[in-house]
Design a protein around this ligand. Structure first.
Ligand code: UTP
Length: 234
């Protein structure tokens, strides 16, 4: 079976606790897991940012604030794991070797953050590299990668396809602080470049975009890879 690593932003999975997308994701992932071996890295979203801001106001340093963010990613990851019931391995992996160990169960394996000074995008890129995954899907709250922030720049252009080098030149000026809200973190982009695992960045708020990509090969989003072939049907 092909291996797929998902990076699901906290703002996509749990935009708020009251109206979250856990149920939709757990049904879609169960369907996808019939055709692919599935690994999921869950982000912290707005809740992580709220804790990090509170920590910063208390004068707590960035690395320790990152630890708070990691705890929230694992709470979000646990919600998804328990919603998946028997389809998921019943423990959140804390590192990459645990993921490999848990994957022997053939169930969906879930993790959150791992270590300070990065985001779950980096975790998912490293995981994809260490598993030799066929595809990394970054489910985020924008519909792809743009030349500039489309919320503030009306001339921003969306890319259907980028090489990893082009991605790196777009994001090279992003700041790295706890809770930063960049489209893809720099570590993630560098790991995608060296691992050569194709990455698909798509709007995870619309779960059909993911199902259409994986189950019919119809891609809506930005493909980051060294060749222009469809990374799903290649
Ligand atoms: P993420 O930035 O990965 O959350 O982690 P997210 O949900 O993907 O963000 P959205 O939803 O796409 O906007 C939240 C914070 O947790 C810390 C960082 O401070 C990060 O900003 N973190 C996470 C780490 O320090 N290390 C990790 O491995 C993961």
């Amino acid at each position: 079976m092909k291996k797929i690593v998902f990076s699901i932003g906290g703002s996509v999975l749990v935009p708020s606790l009251e109206s979250n997308n856990i149920k939709k994701y757990s049904s879609a992932l169960q369907e996808i897991a019939k055709s692919y071996q599935v690994f999921v890295v869950v982000g912290g979203g707005g809740e992580a940012r709220r804790y990090i801001n509170a920590a910063r106001e208390l004068g707590i340093d960035e690395a320790t604030s990152d630890e708070l963010g990691i705890m929230i990613t694992r709470i979000n990851a646990s919600l998804l794991m328990w919603a998946l019931g028997d389809s998921a391995y019943p423990c959140i992996a804390k590192n990459y070797s645990e993921v490999k160990q848990f994957a022997e169960s053939k169930k969906i394996v879930i993790m959150g953050g791992v270590t300070p000074a990065q985001t779950t995008d980096a975790v998912s890129a490293v995981l994809a590299e260490s598993l030799g995954a066929d595809l990394l899907i970054n489910a985020t709250s924008v519909d792809g990668i743009y030349s500039a922030d489309p919320k503030t720049d009306s001339n921003a252009k969306k890319y259907d396809y980028l090489t990893p080098d082009e991605l790196l030149s777009i994001i090279k000026d992003d700041r790295m602080v706890a809770g930063a809200n960049n489209i893809i973190d720099l570590v993630a982009a560098k790991v995608v470049q060296r691992s050569r695992v194709p990455m698909l960045v798509l709007d995870g708020r619309n779960i059909e975009i993911i199902s259409n990509a994986l189950l019919n090969g119809t891609i809506t989003g930005t493909v980051v890879s060294f060749d222009k072939k469809n990374p799903i049907t290649r």
